[in-house]
Design a protein around this ligand. Structure first.
Ligand SMILES: [Zn+2]
Length: 225
């Protein structure tokens, strides 16, 4: 059966702090599914010295507004075009709004992949805020530090290299709440759309990364759906 060998596409969604990047990376290493990170792809496009790059840059950085759907679609198309047709992918961060659903699904098909499922890592807002506001990193060596786990005073230096420790500017309780509201307003309708079609799997995000990955792996390798 030809369909069994076709490249597949999964969509990974989750609120801020749900650990999507960690999971996408585990899927790449352990299951050979390439990660299309829409946030990173947009930031990369914004640095290109082309008219398109300058437009993305203006939208993302200068006007601080939501990136228009056309730009999201163009960036996703570039990423899919760069992948071998037989390569399965995990699209992280699109569709984020209802208006993007049709175009994302048709791009997946146009680049020779079969859409399988939306995987949604669920996390309550309080857990999300709590988790992100404890996240710090070293400006020199990049070491990730979690307040209360391997780091106990915001004025402390990095335990690995003695460098200065800092928090991402929007990783504050206020910043997380703002990102949560956008997630709630824009992305909830996307989840409802796929849930109504039986194409959504919910995974509890308040769990160790290895346990979350085990759930995702079970969904991905289940050929009987
Ligand atoms: Zn350091």
């Amino acid at each position: 059966m030809e369909i069994m060998n076709a490249a597949e596409a999964f969509i990974l969604l989750g609120p801020p702090g749900s650990g999507k990047s960690t999971q996408a990376e585990m899927c790449r290493v352990k299951l050979g599914i390439e990660h299309i990170d829409m946030g990173a792809a947009l930031r990369k496009s914004a640095q290109e010295p082309t008219p398109f790059g300058m437009k993305v840059n203006e939208m993302m950085n200068r006007r601080q507004q939501l990136v228009p759907d056309e730009i999201v679609h163009a960036v996703l198309e570039n990423a899919l075009r760069d992948m071998p047709r037989g390569q399965s992918v995990m699209i992280d961060g699109a569709p984020r709004r209802e208006n993007q659903i049709d175009e994302v699904l048709s791009l997946i098909e146009r680049y020779g992949k079969r859409f399988r499922k939306v995987i949604f890592i669920e996390l309550a807002e309080t857990d999300s805020v709590e988790r992100i506001s404890r996240r710090f990193s070293c400006l020199d060596c990049g070491m990730k530090l979690i307040f209360g786990e391997n780091f106990f005073d915001a004025k402390e230096r990095c335990p690995a290299c003695g460098g200065k420790v800092s928090q991402r500017t929007d990783d504050t309780p206020e910043g997380v709440s703002r990102r949560w509201k956008i997630f709630h307003d824009d992305t909830m309708p996307v989840l409802q759309y796929f849930e109504a079609k039986g194409q959504l799997s919910r995974i509890p995000g308040n769990n160790a990364p290895e346990n979350i990955f085990r759930e995702i792996e079970r969904i991905i390798t289940d050929r009987l759906v």
